[in-house]
Design a binder for this molecule. Structure first.
Ligand code: HEM
Length: 195
């Protein structure tokens, strides 16, 4: 007996179905192009999470490199707990002598780490806080500055000198009106330039 075959001719789509299919295709196409543009514009930038962008209190322009990420940690700790830090600045003929200490061992560690990190940045010409004119100038004259750091209980004694009178004035300004004000007022001072 001959098998019966049904006729499976595809049925024609109605105008509503055609409209939905068209819209769906446009949507898929659009999201493909959008994700392509996103991938291209973000490639090679590393992590682009907002939490890892340059924070305002650092007053530093430019990309957030790994060394700066490292150096940020002690600064953040010092700013957040500024009330537990003691600081004394004495003017010397060529600059300043500063004593910066804390009774909290974690803060003492952060002070010591911060000073050494900043000393290396000055020596390597790796500016920080370049949106603050006083710090910008300090880094511009890093080769005219000598820094001597001695660990003392709770922190450091730093002797910072220059034989150039203009650089000496900059050092004093930074020590009195920069670092000492960070210690006094913390985060809310760090986001403003030094005057
Ligand atoms: C409470 C917060 C802070 C403390 C306790 C602190 C402490 C110090 C100390 C002890 C020095 C060595 C020179 C000196 O004694 O004057 C120093 C240098 C330096 N600090 Fe800080 N600092 C603080 C906040 C900051 C912040 C917010 C920045 C930048 C965003 C910064 C950037 C620097 C730089 C660039 C130097 C090297 C400049 C130089 O010695 O000429 N510091 N800091």
């Amino acid at each position: 007996m001959a098998a019966k075959h049904r006729d499976y001719r595809p049925r024609q789509m109605g105008p509503r179905e055609q409209l939905f299919l068209g819209l769906g295709l446009v949507l898929v196409g659009f999201s493909f192009v959008a994700s392509l543009i996103f991938a291209i514009t973000n490639s090679g930038r590393g992590v682009s999470v907002r939490a890892l962008e340059m924070p305002e209190w650092l007053m530093t322009r430019g990309p957030l490199d790994p060394v700066t990420v490292r150096d940020m940690a002690p600064i953040l700790e010092l700013l957040l707990r500024h009330e537990q830090i003691n600081r004394l600045v004495t003017d010397l003929p060529g600059g300043v002598r500063t004593v910066t200490t804390s009774e909290d061992p974690a803060l003492a560690w952060a002070i010591r780490a911060h000073v050494r990190q900043m000393q290396s940045r000055l020596a390597e010409g790796r500016p920080l806080r370049n949106a603050d004119p006083v710090y910008r100038e300090i880094f511009r004259h890093g080769d005219r500055i000598t820094i001597d750091v001695v660990d003392v209980p709770g922190g450091v004694v730093v002797t910072e000198l220059s034989d150039d009178p203009r650089v000496r004035d900059l050092i004093r300004k930074r020590a009195h009106l920069g670092e000492s004000e960070f210690v006094r007022h913390g985060m809310k001072r760090a986001g403003r330039p030094t005057r």
